[in-house]
Design a protein around this ligand. Structure first.
Ligand code: G6Q
Length: 540
């Protein structure tokens, strides 16, 4: 990495590598005030990190040096920053607080966005109110979203996260090309009252088309062909293919190629979310994201949440050589946020060549994983506390619960605070000794047990503390991570918006599928050939 600030950060790292987070706190009584940000209903505390003001200053200088300001401008203005696919990256255009024109290929895309949004909201209102009927005149009570990757993870995660705001419609998501899953779903649905929302940007995705075909075939065993239009809706950019598939034009919700799959929940891809929580809540989700967009565009880097958090990740990834980052939402509603962010972050920044096509000689995208607290505490936290790896973590929590009338919130919050405290402060040998003495253990027993009970601590975390899980706050939270991905892509000088790495497997799967019926397979490597041969014994 040739940035001047990168070299300075290396020196900063060398200088402070032996320091502990607790040392930083002892040195500066105002640390929390300096290393935390309050924005709207977010309070973000990043003081429990292995860095000081000087590190942060260098990191923000590095952001400037990498051209982040100009890059943000190009991103929001619709420049074709997804260069290898020759596309703009404009999910932000779908959630502008006050829509102003954005030009793509000489055309203002804003009026069409508003028109399609209206189409989506009108449709959702009709289905929710029961005005939209199934083919036998009954209202819809179940929506099955058929899509995969970006056409599944976002809508599924948000629908689940906003369950509190849901209406009478039941939502189910089918993604995997696994016949058994589809058959299990079929057992649960009624052909008279189910609406299938087929979501595929390209409308060429094997999983989605296979699943749709199976549902369609099942449906036509129970209903006439003419009933398809009451029960099958599609979201796609490929209007021709959808029409060919037999879905009528008025049942197609268009999307655009300037929305990447993993950033598309804000578009018509979010139709299932809109059906589940209604247009008003969906609009709030968009507005929340729109507010974060404004903050990201306008705030000084030192007070800019996505920028600060992105830089902290770069600090650990590139200077501390940390490989993974955990995301722990203290909300069961957000249990699938880590899976959603795995795609968003790892598909975007899992790249090994820079923007000039040269192999990078530094680390890029980190590995994302996690699960909801407190479940995670009873599962993998052992490794986070006492394992050999440093795992920086984001702890996400909400100050106010959605349901009143129980006494759980204080317990949840005490765990939420205790874990970051424990990770940072650990437990010293003296404390362990004292505890064991109080428990009446002999000096020999204490000596034997001591090494197992000591926690070295000094493990970093960020706390994202949000007032309440509302559609708007969820929108802001997702947008925060989206922009964090963008910032990291700029620093690492990689293209964050393509995903060529997922293509090869798809291509080979198609080749292998064709080979199942052929006797000659010697063009495969011996291992794969053996696996295909073994499978064929069960198939034939
Ligand atoms: C996301 C990816 C990928 C995509 C799926 C589904 O950014 O592009 O996950 O969303 O492959 O693609 P379709 O929507 O075209 O079916």
């Amino acid at each position: 990495m040739s940035l001047k600030s990168w070299k300075l950060l290396e020196s900063n790292f060398q200088k402070n590598a032996q320091k502990k987070i607790s040392d930083y706190f002892s040195e500066d009584a105002d640390r929390v005030k300096k290393l935390s940000l309050q924005w709207e209903s977010f309070y973000v505390d990043y003081s429990k990190n292995l860095l000081d003001q000087e590190t942060l200053d260098l990191l923000t200088t590095m952001a400037e040096e990498s051209g982040l300001n100009q890059a943000i401008k190009a991103y929001f203005e619709g420049k074709k920053i997804n260069e290898t696919e020759d596309r703009a990256v404009l999910h932000t255009a779908l959630r502008q607080l006050s829509p102003s024109s954005i030009m793509v290929d000489g055309q203002d895309i804003t009026p069409k966005i508003e028109e399609v949004k209206k189409q989506m909201y009108d449709f959702a209102d009709r289905v929710i109110s029961g005005k939209w009927k199934g083919h036998t005149g009954k209202p819809i009570d179940h929506v099955v979203n058929i899509g995969i990757g970006g056409s599944d993870l976002g809508p599924a995660m948000v629908t689940e996260a906003l369950e509190f705001y849901s209406n009478n419609l039941q939502l189910t998501f089918v993604s995997n090309v696994e016949g058994d899953h589809v058959e299990e779903m079929i057992k649960k649905i009624n052909p008279e009252t189910t609406l299938f929302v087929i979501v595929s940007k390209t409308f060429t995705t094997q999983e989605t088309l296979s699943n749709t075909n199976t549902f369609r075939k099942w449906f036509l065993n129970h209903a006439p062909e003419s009933a398809i239009s009451n029960h099958f809706i599609a979201v796609s950019t490929n209007l021709e293919k959808v029409t060919e598939f037999g879905i009528s034009a008025e049942n197609i919700f268009p999307m655009n190629d300037w929305v990447g799959g993993r950033f598309s929940l804000w578009s018509t891809v979010g139709l299932s979310i809109c059906l589940a929580i209604g247009p008003k809540n969906f609009e709030d989700l968009l507005q929340g994201a729109g507010k974060m967009d404004q903050h990201f565009r306008k705030a000084n880097f030192k007070e800019n949440l996505p920028v600060i958090l992105a830089l902290i990740t770069v600090w650990y990834n590139n200077f501390w050589e940390v490989e993974t980052e955990a995301i722990i939402p203290y909300s069961q509603y957000l249990r699938n946020l880590p899976a959603y962010l795995q795609q968003a972050i790892m598909e975007s920044n899992g790249k090994g060549v820079d923007r000039n096509g040269k192999a990078v000689d530094y680390q890029t995208g980190n590995i994302i994983w996690g699960a909801s607290g407190t479940n995670a505490q009873h599962a993998f936290f052992q490794l986070m506390h006492q394992g050999t790896k440093m795992i920086p973590a984001d702890f996400i929590g909400f100050a106010k619960p959605l349901h009143k009338g129980n006494d759980h919130q204080d317990k949840l919050m005490s765990n939420f605070f205790a874990q970051t405290q424990a990770l940072m402060q650990g437990k010293s040998a003296e404390t362990v000794k004292e505890e064991l003495t109080q428990q009446g253990k002999s000096p020999e027993q204490i000596e034997a047990l001591l090494p197992f009970k000591v926690f070295e601590g000094n493990r970093p975390s960020n706390t994202l503390f949000i007032e309440q899980l509302t559609p708007a706050n969820l929108g802001s939270l997702i947008a925060l991570y989206e922009h964090r991905i963008f910032v990291q892509g700029i620093i690492w000088n990689i293209f964050s918006y393509d995903q060529w790495g997922v293509e090869l497997g798809k291509q080979l799967a198609n080749n292998i599928l064709k080979d199942f019926d052929k006797s000659q397979m010697d063009h495969h490597d011996p291992s794969t050939q053996g696996l295909i041969g073994y499978y064929k014994k069960f198939r034939d």
